[in-house]
Design a protein around this ligand. Structure first.
Ligand SMILES: [Zn+2]
Ligand SMILES: [Zn+2]
Length: 207
């Protein structure tokens, strides 16, 4: 059994399994369908924490049976809510990122960002990096010049973005996999509900 690093479910087989990333078909489709950078999910996570902390502190501050220290702490939190939220935010996110039972969209997006598949914010420039040829060569080398999907080692190996560039996927190694021509073609025939994005397929400029 292998674990998808995005939903943390266990599977017999995954859509993509390399030394750098393991991702299931459903998560691959979902990340391409969201068409979102990660920033909004980090903001949404902060908002969730803020609401939870406010709720708890309000209860504690107004509970006559609560010990004095608890009431005082709650009042302090209510008076310094933004500082307090920011103080615990990253450890709270870390805990939820590691929590297998957390399958919510925002945490899938945060996991994808932390693993380098998805951009934090909209890229300043689109397209491929100047050194794409070297990047792509390095990926083929890391994948032992074989297709990660069917294990063929044909001489026509493409480098595919798991999260498409047009859906804010990065050019980092964790978002890149080596595919043979046939598997690459299959991959791009899948329907992700792209709409206008069907017009901008993610085909590398060189082979
Ligand atoms: Zn998954
Ligand atoms: Zn293949």
């Amino acid at each position: 059994m292998v674990t998808c690093k995005i939903c943390l479910n266990k599977f017999q087989t995954l859509r993509f399994k390399s030394k750098r990333v393991c991702i299931c078909g459903r998560c691959t489709n979902a990340l391409n369908k969201y068409k979102e950078v990660a920033e909004g999910s980090y903001n949404a996570a902060r908002e969730l924490l803020l609401i939870g902390m406010l709720r708890r502190a309000t209860i504690d501050a107004n509970l006559p049976t609560a010990p004095l220290w608890k009431q005082q702490k709650a009042e302090y939190i209510l008076g310094n809510i933004d500082i307090e939220v920011d103080r615990v935010l990253s450890s709270w996110i870390n805990k939820l990122v590691a929590d297998e039972s957390n399958k919510t969209k925002i945490f899938k997006i945060i996991r994808a960002n932390r693993r380098g598949l998805l951009h934090m914010d909209r890229p300043h420039r689109w397209g491929y990096p100047k050194n794409w040829k070297d990047v792509a060569h390095n990926i083929r080398m890391l994948d032992n010049f074989t297709c990660v999907s069917c294990s063929e080692s044909s001489d026509e190996l493409h480098v595919h973005h798991i999260v498409y560039v047009s859906n804010f996927g990065t050019h980092q190694a964790t978002n890149l996999v080596t595919l043979c021509r046939i598997c690459h073609k299959k991959e791009h025939k899948r329907i992700f509900d792209f709409g206008e994005n069907m017009l901008s397929p993610d085909i590398p400029p060189e082979i």
